[in-house]
Design a protein around this ligand. Structure first.
Ligand code: AP5
Ligand code: MG
Length: 192
């Protein structure tokens, strides 16, 4: 298996680039944001709990997302690898993920960290909010709160993986094709 974390702040292009990468490398896309939004749409108890946090731009509790990822790993035993998007987002999630992968005799091979300036992030998300229907894109206050959560709780996930020399930063501004090409070259350096 080859497992990737696509890391970066809200609006940095994780979802956009994931779509391309999973097709190219036959990976299973695991986006905790997408999984949570699907729980909300199905009005499950988990979704209703998560919605309270997501609408405010705050992180959902660790045990909720770790449980979801654990189930998703069990449900996909025969994949070429996983592409984690929006997970892990805290130190506790990183440690839990390492343990879950170890149980499956695998590990994270690379953390690709997209770098985008704050004003560009806000611009992209406000623009998407015009038609995405995502409640957390609807106003600038919530968008800035998401970025604050990233700065305070999520950024240190990169430090965690840095101690194992797994982090590569990639410029997240430019055309989608340029960014994709840089991501692919980093992946292919490590795949062989
Ligand atoms: P989540 O769904 O993960 O959202 P996010 O990280 O806030 O970021 P986005 O999905 O909005 O951005 P993205 O980086 O995927 O960028 P995209 O490609 O869409 O999380 C939502 C919420 O769920 C969290 O706030 C939290 O409450 C909860 N949650 C999720 N995971 C959790 C976890 N592990 N722990 C706890 N809570 C969790 O691009 C954005 C826009 O920019 C798009 O319109 C796109 O078209 C555009 N764009 C993309 N690339 C470019 C480019 N190169 N140039 C110009 N525009 C571009
Ligand atoms: Mg996303």
């Amino acid at each position: 298996m080859f497992n990737i974390i696509l890391f970066g702040p809200p609006g940095s292009g994780k979802g956009t680039q994931s779509e391309e990468l999973i097709t190219k490398y036959h990976l299973k896309h695991l986006s905790t944001g997408d999984l949570l939004r699907s729980e909300i749409n199905s009005k499950t108890p988990l979704g209703l709990e998560a919605k309270n946090f997501m609408d405010k731009g705050q992180l959902v509790p660790d045990e909720v997302v770790i449980g979801m990822i654990s189930s998703a790993l069990d449900e996909n035993p025969d994949v070429a690898g996983f592409l984690f998007d929006g997970f892990p987002r805290t130190a506790a999630q990183s440690k839990a993920l390492d343990k879950l992968l170890e149980l499956k005799n695998t590990a994270i091979h690379v953390v690709l960290a997209l770098e985008v300036g704050e004003e560009e992030l806000v611009k992209r998300l406000l623009n998407r909010g015009l038609k995405s229907g995502r409640s957390d894109d609807a106003n600038e206050m919530v968008i800035r709160e998401r970025i604050k959560e990233y700065e305070n709780k999520t950024k240190l996930v990169a430090d965690y993986y840095q101690q194992f020399n797994k982090v590569v930063t990639v410029k997240g501004e430019g055309t989608i094709e340029e960014i994709l090409s840089n991501l692919c070259s980093e992946i292919e350096k490590r795949m062989s």
